[in-house]
Ligand binder design. Structure first.
Ligand code: MV4
Length: 446
């Protein structure tokens, strides 16, 4: 195991990684921006280094500053958390060149899976179902039209370098497809300096289901079951749960095995999330792989009892996983609500400010991952997520009851948060009856 690592992130995930370090006997160094001075994780880490001004480009994305901090503090590894540099293959390469272990996949895996067209082709080779669509990238408009007529409308055009919902265009006929082709290509070039696009059959109102996987350097690959992340607004997840409430044991087994096949085919190491769409007929289709630990990982930790951040450190340091798949049991139901500093009456606009009152929920089956406290300041510079409230109960209905109780207990004043919206969703008949899909918020919450 490493003796000392650096955390190239902030907020709740910095604190989450520090906690794993403490339990493993690993010293932790955090880097922080001027805007984050006074944060709880700076207090709790063994060392802290200010790396620049508030702007992410000058701090949390500032590779030279982060590498310098790593050299000065003499760490053996860097954990990137999520966001910022977590999926930047160039950064992982620089870490490795400097003799610092990047706690995550090899740069080649990040490049391969970051290219969604390459990932699709790889997944097909593993005999895992992908959404019907183009072979490789689209050459021209005529190829797109021919293909769309073969597989049938609606279709969706996506950027090869995209992901997470960026650079997508839906088309319902030849005319709109011509338009979508041109805009998608221009947008992809502007956003990613790569105009490669591909086409898929558009799955109408799917559920978003993803599988948590961890692999070691020897190729031992384990899954930690699935999370249903269908409750999202504009590609920002609001509520996640495990297990997915609409699939049976047979489909769950197939889905999780498919995810393992994908990760093995990529000769991947460390933590990954394999994303699928689930259609109304309960057919699942691979869409993409996220090559990082995700915000919603606690949901999988609660239902399996395994610490995924510790496992990331263990496999990155070269330890092989001793655990067997049959030892990973799924127990009960976990739900996570993301608490964002946003004004839901003003189109979810950021709502920064000083927190005057901060009372955390607790009790049976309640976990709160947050770096905040009374008198802390929520700045406008970064992601608006300020806390994750996770519950773990024997059944879904008990988990919902506990979550509603915990949401009502939570006091964050005077800033506006998504607590109210989460309560509203958890009381909605559609949610209780498992009738939600990725269009739920738009159609029923706004
Ligand atoms: C799709 C789709 C329907 N059909 N692909 C959005 C995020 C990105 N990871 C993939 N996304 C979608 N891809 C096909 N072929 C619908 C979505 C989609 C979506 C997916 C997951 C969660 C929320 C979503 C909201 C809108 C659209």
């Amino acid at each position: 195991m490493f003796s000392k690592i650096l955390i190239a992130n902030r907020g709740e995930i910095a604190l989450r990684i520090i906690r794993a370090c403490k339990e493993l006997g690993v010293e932790s160094v955090v880097v922080y921006s001027e805007a984050d001075r006074g944060s709880s994780y700076i207090e709790l880490a063994d060392e802290a280094i200010c790396i620049g001004p508030a702007s992410p480009a000058q701090s949390y994305l500032n590779i030279p500053a982060i590498i310098s901090a790593a050299e000065v503090t003499d760490v053996e590894a860097i954990h990137p958390g999520y966001g910022f540099l977590a999926e930047n293959a160039h950064f992982a390469e620089i870490c490795n060149d400097c003799g610092i272990t990047f706690i995550g996949p090899r740069p080649e895996s990040m490049k391969l899976l970051g290219d969604k067209v390459a990932a699709r082709e790889l997944v097909k080779k593993a005999h895992v179902p992908v959404v019907p669509g183009s072979e490789g990238k689209l050459k021209d408009e005529e190829e797109a039209i021919k293909l769309a007529n073969k597989i049938g409308y609606p279709v969706i055009i996506k950027a090869a370098a995209g992901g997470g919902g960026r650079g997508m265009r839906v088309a319902h006929n030849d005319i709109s497809l011509r338009g979508a082709f041109a805009t998608a290509k221009t947008e992809a070039h502007a956003a990613f300096k790569d105009d490669a696009i591909y086409l898929e059959k558009y799955i109408v109102d799917p559920r978003h289901v993803e599988v948590q996987v961890v692999a070691d350097k020897a190729g031992n690959t384990l899954h930690f079951y699935e999370r249903d992340c269908s409750i999202q607004r504009r590609h920002q997840k609001l509520i996640e749960e495990s297990p997915c409430p609409v699939i049976d044991e047979r489909i769950r087994e197939e889905l999780c095995r498919a995810a393992i096949k994908v990760v093995k085919q990529a000769k991947y190491e460390n933590a990954a999330t394999v994303e699928f769409l689930l259609d109304k007929g309960k057919n699942f289709y691979f869409i993409e792989v996220n090559t990082r630990i995700q915000v919603e990982h606690p949901v999988s930790e609660m239902v399996t009892g395994h610490d995924l951040i510790k496992m990331q450190l263990q496999v990155a340091s070269g330890q092989n996983i001793k655990l067997k798949q049959r030892d990973i049991k799924h127990k009960g139901v976990a739900i996570e609500c993301r608490i964002n500093a946003e004004d839901t009456d003003r189109n979810f606009a950021p709502s920064p400010g000083k927190i005057k009152k901060f009372l955390l929920p607790g009790g049976m089956g309640v976990r709160v991952d947050t770096h905040l406290f009374q008198d802390a300041v929520v700045t406008p510079y970064y992601d608006s997520m300020i806390a994750k409230l996770i519950v773990h109960r024997p059944t879904r209905s008990e988990a919902i009851t506990t979550m509603k109780r915990a949401l009502r207990e939570f006091r964050i004043e005077p800033i506006k948060t998504t607590i109210g919206v989460c309560e509203k969703i958890l009381s909605h008949n559609m949610y209780l009856q498992n009738k939600v899909d990725t269009s739920f918020i738009e159609q029923h919450i706004g």
